[in-house]
Design a protein around this ligand. Structure first.
Ligand code: GLA
Length: 343
């Protein structure tokens, strides 16, 4: 096991950004202190050479204008908040509208655009980087001074271990997630439509045409959203509206680390299994990717990668019927996810 650090870039305010590389088992994961971004993940294959399976950019500069949130850590509240406002304890809060009239992924300057404090540590079975930041009361319109910490670790067992934590001095919505785009045949190798997927979800969050929840959780049975038995993304994605960008309701007890998804890529034999404590997972098939200049000449177009963003349901601050996502004094936020690889 090994952790190394190098300078990744320098921000206009003179602040140094570091790139960490964790090696454990057969994997190598690189992460940046800017945006707590996963920049690369090298995974072997039983059928060919190892490959970097994460979409990303060639150099640091592009990460400061990372519109699709490639690899980024998202906060204070991941996914959409309808009409960029919510009411909490009788008070109305207004957020920045960065997705039409709605708020997406933390607003104008979410956690993906922040420099995180970092600390590396080693445990018996893995190597970790812990990222921390403080988000002051009123930042991006949210109440409460929030302390957020995310630790990303690589275990000898070829797993990425993710621990999300936050505490606040006043009640506030929190929904942290990671927005990595995977292509299990290697970034830049075309689209992900032939990947085969299982989602451990019997229902999904119904959304309107702007991807804002209607409040209903609808069964996936007999719909293009049924991934309870393995099928290719290709099979029903047109019937689903030309791709997936939906929050699935994970089966099993929320709060317990339980199966979330499994993705298999037939060409390389690579498999990724995801486990999560959160109530849901946003399965996004890169529908909005359009000519993104990626790593070493790669160009990412529609469906060049997929995301599995483990999270609370979108628009929870406006949906009392959803599992609550308000944390604060006496109620810290703790969630966990695991991404396990095989080939
Ligand atoms: C999320 C959303 C998508 C899109 C991407 C970023 O996954 O659900 O609709 O906005 O982020 O491009």
């Amino acid at each position: 096991m090994k952790i190394s650090r190098k300078t990744f870039g320098i921000l206009s305010n003179g602040k140094k950004v570091y790139l960490y590389t964790l090696k454990a088992g057969d994997l190598s994961l690189s992460l940046s202190s800017y945006g707590a971004v996963w920049t690369s993940l090298i995974v072997p294959s039983g059928k060919g050479p190892a490959a970097d399976i994460l979409l990303g950019y060639s150099g640091f500069a592009s990460y400061t204008g990372n519109k699709p949130y490639l690899g980024a850590t998202i906060g204070r509240f991941g996914n959409r908040i309808g009409n960029a406002c919510f009411t909490l304890d009788g008070r109305a809060y207004t957020l920045y509208q960065n997705d039409g009239q709605h708020s997406l992924h933390g607003g104008r300057r979410g956690f993906d655009k922040r420099c995180w404090k970092t600390e590396c540590y080693e445990e018996k079975d893995g190597v970790f980087v812990r990222f921390e930041l403080e988000s002051p009361d009123g930042e991006e319109g949210y109440p409460g001074n929030l302390k957020a910490a995310v630790s990303y670790g690589l275990a000898k067992s070829n797993e990425i271990i993710v621990n999300y934590e936050a505490s606040s001095d006043a009640p506030t919505p929190v929904n942290l997630t990671n927005h990595s785009y995977f292509n299990l045949s290697g970034e830049g190798s075309g689209d992900i439509l032939s990947h085969e997927v299982v989602l451990y979800a019997s229902s999904r969050v119904e959304v309107d045409k702007n991807l804002i929840p209607t409040g209903k959780l609808v069964p996936v049975e007999n719909t293009p959203f049924d991934f309870r038995t393995r099928k290719s993304i290709q099979k029903d994605y047109m019937a689903a509206g030309g791709g997936y960008d939906h929050c699935f309701v994970l089966d099993g007890e929320k709060g317990a680390l339980r199966p979330c998804a499994e993705v298999f890529e037939p060409g390389s034999g690579r498999v990724m299994r995801v486990f999560a404590t959160q109530p849901g997972v946003q399965f996004y098939t890169g529908n909005f990717l359009d000519g993104i200049a990626g790593k070493a000449g790669s160009v990412y177009n529609k469906h060049a990668g997929f995301c599995l963003e483990t999270q609370h349901f979108p628009d929870t601050p406006n949906r009392p019927e959803f599992p609550p996502a308000v944390f604060g004094p006496g109620k810290d936020y703790h969630e966990k996810a695991v991404f396990a690889f095989d080939w």
